[in-house]
Write a protein of this length. Structure first.
Length: 144
């Protein structure tokens, strides 16, 4: 139901991790995610620890889901000398192409413990349904 849009994105993520580069608005870092089907909906979970809900932006245009977030440095007071800084800062983004079988009008989003969870229902038109079989006699009665 989900399609990757950029096959080189994972390679970019590894290079960014090794180089210590942080994301910018013009070249955001990739955020890790899981995607799975649970009953009658698809669930996508994004890791965004340390990001406030005000710094998360979720958009859907046609079937393209875009999630952007920004992790800013913690406020430092005078006299604080940073000894170690390993937590990535900057802008993070992920785009996911959603299948036509998902109902993008009814996406629900929750944010808890640093995980953004989106729940996307399966569209009614994509659910299995029974089709009744008519006969030629039924069609003749309708046209008369």
């Amino acid at each position: 139901m989900l399609m990757r849009t950029d096959p080189f994105r994972e390679m970019d993520r590894i290079v960014q991790q090794l180089s210590g580069a942080s994301g910018t608005w013009s070249k955001p870092s990739v955020m890790p995610m899981d995607a799975y089907r649970q009953g009658e909906e698809y669930v996508i979970a994004f890791d965004l620890p340390g990001v406030s809900t005000e710094a998360i932006d979720i958009d859907v245009e046609r079937n393209m889901l875009t999630v952007k977030a920004e992790r800013r440095p913690a406020g430092k007071s005078d006299g604080v000398q940073m000894e170690l800084s390993e937590r990535p800062l900057g802008v993070f983004s992920r785009q996911v192409m959603l299948a036509d079988t998902l109902d993008t009008e009814h996406i629900e989003a929750d944010y808890d413990a640093g995980v953004l969870t989106l729940r996307i229902p399966i569209a009614e038109r994509a659910k299995p349904r029974k089709i009744s079989i008519g006969s030629a006699d039924d069609r003749k009665q309708i046209s008369s």
